[in-house]
Design a protein around this ligand. Sequence first.
Ligand code: AMP
Length: 283
Amino acid sequence: MITLTTIAELRAQLDADRASGLRVGFVPTMGFLHDGHVSLIDAAVAANDRTVVSIFVNPLQFAEGEDLEDYPRDLDADAARCEAAGADYVFAPPVEEMYPRPVDTVVTVPDVSAPLEGVHRPTHFAGVATVVNKLFAIVGPCRAYFGAKDWQQVAVVTRMVSDLSIPVEVVPCPIVRESDGLAMSSRNVYLSSAERDQAPALRRALDAGLAALRAGERDSGSVEARMRAVLSEDAPGGVVDYAAAVSADGLTADGPLAGDVRLLLAVKFSKARLIDNDGLTIS
Ligand code: AMP
């Protein structure tokens, strides 16, 4: 495995690979890798001839006052995990390599970005769409792997790829969880031990929402109330940004829930903001 820090070096490697007919899979990350990230690398390695993992804490997707400076980083450990998982290239550019001057070109996907995360992090998805677009232009992958944990992010990237006819297949991958149900996240290290004890309540809240749906509840407000009740009981240290029951397509609820339903949560603890989701199809 090779670790590269410049766009030119990575392009030279990948151009040679593609010229030999090799197919390139891509896993974009912000590093501090855990088993959730590794599951994406595993999927990429299984389906492609070459796998690129990018490790880049993208300033564009952090708003003022968010955790850009504090975001956990450990490039050596990350490179070891990538190598063990069978990745071929780690692309870890410094910020100046990606953004040598202030960015003037921004990709926005406003409708998909607006609800849920967009209400609380209004500039976040423009930063994500812009860097993912740029990384696609740098890497030129056949396939790119994203975790369903960031459900709305998958929706934003999928829509961007479709609208801009970017020649890449977006492959969503299942959420990887700790044994107590907490979705793995680089930000889980921010949780105090009391908060860590409360954090699996998100999984239980989703289960309560799913149980309500299975029992025939079709009113989104009632499903949301079930999830909030679990959170206020089991995670009193968290502030709920949203607990939503929506159509999986538009991420909004208009009328009774039907078809593919998605339940999504965002809960803010003292430093960590946790998100999670699950869904089912109502036939
Ligand atoms: P991040 O480094 O947090 O930007 O995440 C990089 C990629 O890993 C994104 O596509 C995430 O959705 C995915 N990811 C993060 N956590 C998990 C998880 N617990 N299970 C599966 N994928 C994940």
